[in-house]
Write a protein that binds this ligand. Sequence first.
Ligand code: FCB
Length: 451
Amino acid sequence: MSQTVYFPDGFVWGTATAAYQIEGAWDENGRGLSVWDTFCRQPGKVRHGDTGDVAADHYHRWREDVGLMAELGLKAYRFSVSWPRIIPAGSGSVNPAGLDFYDRLVDELLARGIEPFVTLFHWDLPQVLQDRGGWPNRDTVYHFAEYARVVGQRLGDRVTCWITHNEPFVVAILGYFLGEHAPGLQDPVAAFQTGHHLLLSHGYAVEALRGVTDRPLQVGITLNLRPVHPASDTEADRQAARRLDGVLNRIFLDPLLRGRYPADVQTLLGPVFPVLEPGDLTRIAVPIDFLGINYYSRTVARHDPDYPLIQAVQTHPEGNEYSQMWEIYPEGIYELLTRVREEYDPARIYITENGIPVPDGLDFDGRVRDERRIRYLRNHLFHIHRAIEAGVPVEGYFVWSFSDNFEWAYGYDMRFGIVYVDYETQQRTVKDSGRWYAEVILRNGLADGLQ
Ligand code: FCB
């Protein structure tokens, strides 16, 4: 099948990154420690003992990076602010050098015609706050609101688009339930309380941001969402899929966009369901200007009575196509978008992340031929376009990621960038996917449809 598809005028074409994954400079200019600095130093937590100490050295190479973004014709750049650079102890004194860094970055982006999308929290909680209990401690909510206000006051005169949190699911479940991410705990009570506090702090942060300027800001939150399919047609597997959908998707979508937790999830979680205070749900459901969705894959669920709490596990059916991390399932983004539109009807949606790890390398002639990434991105864009045609208000798309970077527990093993990074020299090379994306942006569409 081959056909040309064009995106709506003004469609926002971008790439995304996160502070800890690219910046490096972990101990420079007054930056405090984050939970990821600590986690990476625990033996066995991150592949090869990798850390974000240097990462893609973006803290020193930001001007060159923005230059490359401009060359590619990017309309927008989504990055995150490092909380421990701004408020090293999590609360209290502000580090001016931290604010200066993002201030310069924003100016450079705007000078190049690139719209900044600022994420306030992409997982790097100040370690000091973790030492005081981290996200399960309700005080962290108020500290986050204060941090949002500080960043908003400095950048709110120029930054219009704000994302409070990135993927609360991953912080809560991988960080506090499975222990695969910082802070590395395995405590279901703490995990679900974390989820609730992240949402609550989102509500407070939206309010804080709107209070810093009279300019109309666009404020939203980014969720990682997946369609969940049953592994078989049995009632048991269908119920398992429903439960996983509950804890992956609805436990975040429902409070944010409907002002309540789903009743079946509350029953399922029973004693580990979070403690709420009166007014929390109203605060969480504060109207947002957009919903950010990160899409990578789907989940296939099988009933498993031995799995604690949710009695369901994810399976990986044979015969499907996989990347180094996940199943490749482009049609899932159409399914997801139409569902979110039908069931939750957000004002607008940005795909704030989508991408694939590919074991890239430089070829003899210095090119990186990451054809598999091109195919992945193209096929996902094709299905996003279908969703737009079906009436889903998707207004932009951000490739994960601008450059190769520190992929959390996988360390530097996974390369997600459309720009290759040689970690020895920190030299950047635009991959074939980067050049392909530049063409997509230029023509505001896909010339070659689905492949
Ligand atoms: C998402 C994260 C992002 C990156 C991609 C691959 O879950 O938001 O930081 O690691 O996965």
